[in-house]
Write a protein that binds this ligand. Structure first.
Ligand code: NDP
Ligand SMILES: O=C(O)C1=N[C@H](C(=O)O)C[C@H](O)C1
Length: 252
């Protein structure tokens, strides 16, 4: 059998978009799994799918991540992790698994967002922490996590640009709690409704002027094409480690 990619979350919105993009690109998929088993292809569980796939693509749920990582490690198969809403415990699982296999966690696989993050980092470096930073995301009514993974990714780019290190500086998810703004903190807000594929707006607000940087996804096809590109890059044979979309696009 031609070694294709294995897809977790195959029956979901992104799973369907990736299957469509793969058909369009002539990219074979070995199989796709949903919560209760095969969505397409002959494999009924993660271990069997991981053993047959050249790379795995996960757009499912945070709760499913650990099982998918276990299957990927056992098979020695690299994995793109597109799922968002991951907490510190998930990040530790990814770090540990990355000692054994190649992993690429990407909260947003769109080319435009990868470039936007680079622009945001540069702007934050030039502006410094005196310019307040606010990040807004709007997504469809079904989205579970808020703020979005992309909003947090853009915030991390601001922290990097300011030279504080990714862990330093405070991410403030409590904008609605009111009170005066704390200097240097990054504040997040989220809107949910309708069928919006994913809009992000980042505002740097200075004294008497503002810079606004943003991205609008017109459909999920951009995430799907980026995910396939990242999976192809992983399947070329990467050493164990934790990679980013910057590696895929040659920006790292
Ligand atoms: N990185 C990026 O560029 C993008 C990331 N995302 C993220 O991807 C994730 C999925 O988004 P979306 O497709 O909209 O969500 P959906 O809810 O439409 O899809 C998630 C799918 O995962 C399935 N699932 C749940 N548990 C498992 C499991 N154990 N094994 C396999 N499949 C499972 C669900 O099945 P069931 O319905 O039966 O429970 C569902 O079909 C979200 O975290 C989202 O934020 C989304 C777009 C772009
Ligand atoms: O759930 C979605 O739809 C999306 N999720 C990702 C995120 O949380 O940033 C990426 C994209 O914005 C769509």
């Amino acid at each position: 059998m031609t070694q294709g990619f294995g897809l977790f979350g195959a029956g979901g919105r992104m799973g369907l978009a990736i299957a469509a993009a793969a058909r369009e690109a002539g990219q074979p998929l070995a199989g796709g799994l949903g919560r209760t088993g095969a969505v397409f292809g002959p494999f009924e569980d993660a271990a069997a799918l991981a053993g047959a796939a050249a790379a795995l693509i996960d757009f499912s749920t945070p709760e499913a991540l650990e099982g998918h990582l276990d299957a990927a490690i056992a098979a020695g198969t690299p994995m793109l992790i597109g799922t968002t809403g991951l907490g510190a415990a998930h990040q530790r699982l990814i770090d540990r698994a990355a000692e054994r296999i190649a992993l690429l966690p990407a909260a947003n696989t769109a080319l435009g967002v990868t470039v936007l993050a680079a622009l945001v980092e540069q702007a934050a470096r030039l502006l410094g922490p005196e310019w307040d930073c606010e990040i807004l995301d709007m997504h469809h009514r079904h989205k579970r996590d808020a703020p979005s993974g992309t909003a947090l990714l853009l915030g991390a780019a601001v922290h990097r640009g300011r030279g504080a290190g990714e862990a330093a500086g405070r991410d403030r998810l409590d904008r609605m709690a009111g009170g005066p703004r704390e200097a240097g903190d990054i504040y997040y807000a989220a809107l949910r409704g309708g069928s919006v594929a994913g809009d992000h707006l980042l505002v740097f607000a200075g004294e008497g002027e503002r810079i606004e940087l943003g991205h609008r996804a017109e459909s999920r096809a951009i995430f799907a094409r980026g995910a396939l590109r990242a999976a192809r890059w992983l399947a070329e044979g990467r050493a164990p480690g934790r990679y980013t979309m910057n590696h895929v696009l040659g920006l790292a």
